[in-house]
Every structure is written in structure tokens, then in C-alpha cells.
Design a protein around this ligand. Structure first.
Ligand code: ADE
Ligand code: ZN
Length: 347
């Protein structure tokens, strides 16, 4: 087992920024910056209920997940044409490449768009073309994960899957997001079983605001391979043992947890405790345009707020991000070798 070299604490911020990493929890609609929301509204002839970019940004004061989701879905309503989806994803991938993201697995919420009359083809083709161009032009690898909105019905999820089936080669898996409490994973047991038969990878948001029981059922009923968020897992010792022994990754999003009041401040975030419990945690941005930072800001701010986090933890988090990705094993190893080289260069 590789052990990273000792790194002086003052070199940690530069290392966090420079180290190659995978981003496994990013909602592409959550990368829509206020400036782009206004630009797309103008391009599409839509009027927003905010006077300007600053007024919109001022509305980004959230008390919990639902208060965020209401604004997030309203922001996404400016996306109408394939080029809109392309521009959004291309901008995110350029920004992620600046943060040394080598690979991104990108969530998208088709029901937010199909409910407004935008076709599945428009959504998926725009996003997919951006992923292809970003690989060719920036060298960043990416794939797409279709998320079902859990506040909608099982029937709606099945209809969404049916609409997406002609594009099965353009996304690698499915996830489950939106309002967690009151919408347990069991609601989507049959949809996820069908997705499994189709050979798709499976992930789900669980234990963001919801209880450890939702993490158990995401694992046992939905049979997911990763848990998105999962920060509530520490409330259940048996669950921690299960997650640790199976190396189930948690895609943790520190600034999201701060902005949605899951933790009162970043100093109280449990990232260090998750790692110390042997859990395969990763660091991600969730909805960077809304939560005040892309992935490197998430690393920088949580490491600054929790001084117990070490260079070894930084290496572990980045290593976990590649290990937990759905990329081919040879590519994971190549990225992990680059990670070790970056650490050697900062020793
Ligand atoms: N959709 C976008 N961001 C989300 C989050 N943090 N939790 C649940 N659904 C989401
Ligand atoms: Zn999320």
C-alpha cells in the first residue's frame, strides 16, 4: 500500500488545488451560474422574477434542502434548447478542469426539463456533446448519470426511464435526488431493479437530511454502489461497519452541507470522523453555483475549518474518488499514479 510522503501543513492548500481528483457528485443544473441564467433567459426570450444577477444571488440564502430546491428548479427553467444544455455542461467542465478534476460523473435531472416540454433527446444530446468536446479540447474525462426526482411518483420515474432508453449508450447510471425526507428509497425499488437489469450503475442520495435507515434501504433495496452525501451514517454504528467493510463510497459535499444547514458551521463537519471510521469518503461540490464554490473551494474550506485533516487525508480523499468512480480500472490506476507523483512533487 502506497503511503504519501510527509507534507508541511503550509504546503497543503497548494497541494489540495494541484492534486488530480474525480468529482462524483455534481448536479449539472447546479453549476448554472446566475450570469448564465440571465444570459440564457435573454437568449430564450424569458423574463425572470429577479431584477438582475445580484438580486438573484441575494435569494441564495437557504435554511434547508427544500428551500434550495425551490430556487434551483426555477433557475433550471431557462434551459430550453440543446445548445443551452451544451453551454452549461461545457462551462462546468472548463471550470472543473481548472481545479484539476481529471474525471467527472455528472448528474442531470431530466424530469425538471421534460415536465416543461423539453425532450429527453435535447437534454442528453446537449450534455453528451459537451462531455465529448471537453475530452477532446481540455483532456477532462466525464460521463453522465440520470437522476430520478424522488418527490415525483414511481410511475413518472418509469416513464422517464422509457424516454431515456434510446440513449442508453450516453449515460452510465442512474441516481436518486430531490426532497429526501418523506421519500424513502423503497419508493423506487422497482425502477432501480429495472435499471440494474439494463446494466446501469446505481447511486442514490441518502443520509443528507434523511435518517440512517434511508442509507440501509439504498444499499439493501436499491442495491446502489455509492451513497451520495451519507453524512448521517455516523449516527448508526452497524451501518458504519457495513459501509467500511464493503468500501461503499460516500460522495460528501461540505459547502452544500454548510449552506443547507446540515452542519451549523464547517468546523463541525464530520468529514474527518468519516475518514477515521474507515469510510471511503470523497469531496465534491454538489451545486457549486449555489453553494459558493467548486470542488477545490470545498477542499480548501473544509481543510481550513477542520485542522485535524491532514495531507494523508487529502491523498485518501483523492484516491477514493478515483477508486469509487465508474471508470475502467486501468484509467483509475493511471490517475492514482498521477496523484502519487503530485504528492512526491509537493514533499
Ligand atoms: N438536487 C440538487 N442538489 C441536491 C441535493 N443536495 N440533494 C438532493 N437533491 C439535489
Ligand atoms: Zn446532490
Amino acid at each position: 500500500m502506497y503511503t504519501p510522503p510527509p507534507i508541511a501543513r503550509e504546503r497543503l492548500p497548494a497541494l489540495l488545488a494541484a492534486m488530480p481528483k474525480a468529482e462524483l457528485h455534481i448536479h449539472i443544473e447546479g453549476s448554472l451560474e446566475p450570469e448564465m441564467i440571465f444570459a440564457l433567459a435573454q437568449r430564450n426570450g424569458l423574463t425572470l422574477p429577479y431584477a438582475d444577477v445580484e438580486a438573484l444571488r441575494r435569494a441564495y440564502a437557504f435554511s434547508d434542502l427544500q428551500s434550495f430546491l425551490d430556487i434551483y428548479y426555477a433557475g433550471a427553467s431557462v434551459l430550453l434548447h440543446e445548445q443551452d444544455f451544451y453551454d452549461m455542461a461545457r462551462a462546468y467542465l472548463a471550470r472543473a478542469a481548472m481545479d484539476n478534476v481529471a474525471h467527472a460523473e455528472i448528474f442531470f435531472d431530466p424530469q425538471t426539463h421534460t415536465a416543461r416540454g423539453v425532450s429527453m433527446e435535447t437534454v442528453i444530446n446537449g450534455l453528451h456533446r459537451a462531455c465529448q468536446d471537453a475530452q477532446a479540447e481540455l483532456g477532462i474525462s466525464s460521463s453522465l448519470i440520470l437522476c430520478f426526482l424522488r418527490h415525483l411518483s414511481e410511475e413518472d420515474a418509469f416513464a422517464t426511464l422509457e424516454h431515456a432508453q434510446p440513449f442508453l449508450g450516453r449515460f452510465i447510471g442512474v441516481g436518486l435526488d430531490s426532497s429526501e425526507v418523506g421519500h424513502p428509497p423503497e419508493k423506487f425499488a422497482r425502477v432501480f431493479a429495472r435499471c440494474r437489469e439494463l446494466g446501469l450503475h446505481l447511486v442514490a442520495h441518502a443520509g443528507e437530511e434523511g435518517p440512517p435507515e434511508y442509507i440501509w434501504s439504498a444499499l439493501d433495496v436499491l442495491k446502489v454502489e455509492r451513497i451520495d452525501h451519507g453524512v448521517q451514517a455516523l449516527r448508526d454504528a452497524a451501518l458504519v461497519r457495513r459501509l467500511a467493510s464493503e468500501r461503499i463510497a460516500l460522495t460528501v459535499c461540505p459547502l452544500s452541507n454548510l449552506k443547507l444547514c446540515v452542519f451549523p458551521d464547517l468546523a463541525q463537519h464530520n468529514l474527518k470522523r468519516l475518514l477515521d471510521a474507515g469510510l471511503a469518503a470523497t469531496v465534491n461540490s454538489d451545486d457549486p453555483a449555489y453553494f459558493g464554490g467548486y470542488i477545490n473551494q470545498n477542499f480548501a474550506q473544509v481543510f481550513a475549518a477542520v485542522p485535524e485533516l491532514t495531507a494523508r487525508d487529502a491523498w485518501q480523499l483523492a484516491h477514493n474518488s478515483f477508486a469509487a468512480s465508474f471508470a475502467p480500472e486501468a484509467r483509475k490506476r493511471a490517475w492514482q499514479d498521477r496523484l502519487a507523483e503530485t504528492f512526491a512533487a509537493h514533499a
